[in-house]
Design a protein around this ligand. Structure first.
Ligand SMILES: Cc1cc2nc3c(=O)[nH]c(=O)nc-3n(C[C@H](O)[C@H](O)[C@H](O)COP(=O)(O)OP(=O)(O)OC[C@H]3O[C@@H](n4cnc5c(N)ncnc54)[C@H](O)[C@@H]3O)c2cc1C
Length: 329
């Protein structure tokens, strides 16, 4: 079947990934298929299996670095238009494309507590559950009751909270090659006004600390508890080695928060990966800790890996303290 004949999705061909990427980085993709119904997702996955098209599922791309050479395959986007949400008592059932700030505010309106820490995260529910994202050292996983997914043969399956194997910014979904279509969350009763006030405080605090005006993907590196206890969070470690504001091409280690890499205009995936390699090398040399990335890199074949792994492959000296990075770096 032709992709264009599938019902329940919207399709655009020859799309520039920079145009859909939060980092405004990325070359062309063959097509971007936006989910509208779960049946459309099933049909798309079966069609891509039959055509042997490589595919990658994305939400808001707020944790992804696309390659500047692009992706020779199809992007399946689960976002706006696939965002129905129902609340019964303390259980929320939502489609995976719902935006997190919108979902958090809907639960606050319903007098439910639990998603306060997520209100400033600019992703989708599918992306947040896959990443077990959250803030204030918490993850969405602790509220997940059930995840419904569609596998690469177009078959539906379900995972319980336990089966999701949530850990710090990790879940089994990162290895499953499936599309999350629906999530149940279990929340707690609370006063709506109190929940809204604490969400307002979270938003306000993030606004003052994080760069908002240049494209970025949030925190680049994960916070390691052992490193946190002795050296501090990644942003502090990067600042301490003097890299705040450091640039490579159009990419810059943010002046406002050193764990953010911003695109000041025309940054390439190599610019970002190079900065990641340099940060890792310098922090490793200064502290003995090898920082791992939260951000995920998508190569031209659509394979996804933690961005530091791709950076390490290209510039091996970036982590071992060798001299593969240019001398002036
Ligand atoms: C300014 C800013 C601030 C941020 N702050 C935080 C923060 O405080 N805490 C935090 O945890 N993160 C934060 N992030 C990172 C990011 O927003 C989260 O990881 C978010 O949950 C990713 O959601 P997404 O929809 O953008 O996923 P994407 O970036 O599109 O995808 C992330 C991963 O999930 C997979 N995926 C996405 N949707 C699905 C689906 N439906 N089914 C299966 N797999 C899927 C993708 O293949 C990819 O591997 C921030 C990002 C930005 C830009």
């Amino acid at each position: 079947m032709d992709l264009a004949a599938i019902r329940g999705v919207k399709i655009a061909f020859d799309v520039s990934l920079a145009g859909i990427s939060r980092w405004a980085i990325g070359g062309p993709a063959r097509a971007v298929v936006s989910a509208v119904t779960a049946e459309g997702v099933e049909q798309t996955l079966r069609t891509m299996r039959d055509r042997r098209d490589p595919f990658l599922v994305v939400g808001e791309t707020s944790n992804l670095l696309f390659d500047s050479e692009g992706f020779d395959g199809v992007i399946l986007r689960v976002g706006r238009g696939f965002d129905h949400c129902e609340i019964q008592e303390t259980t929320v059932r939502a489609e995976a494309g719902i935006s997190i700030p919108q979902l958090a505010r809907l639960t606050a309106d319903a007098g439910l507590s639990g998603l306060e820490h997520t209100v400033g995260i600019p992703g989708t529910l599918g992306g947040l559950v896959t990443m077990n994202g959250g803030s204030q050292r918490r993850g969405i996983g602790s509220h997940v009751g059930r995840v419904v997914y569609i596998d690469s043969d177009g078959r539906r399956g379900e995972l319980s909270q336990e089966e999701c194997r949530f850990a710090y910014r990790r879940s089994v979904l990162q290895e499953m090659n499936v599309v999350v279509v629906e999530v149940d969350l279990n929340l707690d009763r609370a006063d709506a006004a109190v929940v809204h006030r604490s969400m307002d405080a979270v938003v306000e605090s993030r606004r003052s600390r994080f760069p908002e005006h240049l494209p970025n993907c949030g925190s680049t590196f994960l916070s390691d508890p052992e490193m946190y206890a002795t050296v501090g969070p990644p942003g502090r470690a990067i600042e301490d080695v003097g890299l705040k504001g450091f640039r490579r091409g159009g990419a810059q280690i943010s002046e406002q928060h050193a764990n953010f890499i911003v695109n000041t205009g025309g940054a390439t995936s190599d610019d970002v990966l190079w900065l990641i390699a340099k940060i890792r090398r310098d922090v490793m040399q200064a502290t003995g800790f090898a920082m791992d990335c939260e951000v995920r890199y998508v190569n031209k074949q659509g394979e996804v890996s933690a961005a530091h792994e791709a950076a390490q492959q290209r510039w091996p000296g970036g982590t071992s303290g060798g001299d593969s990075l240019p001398a002036h770096a």
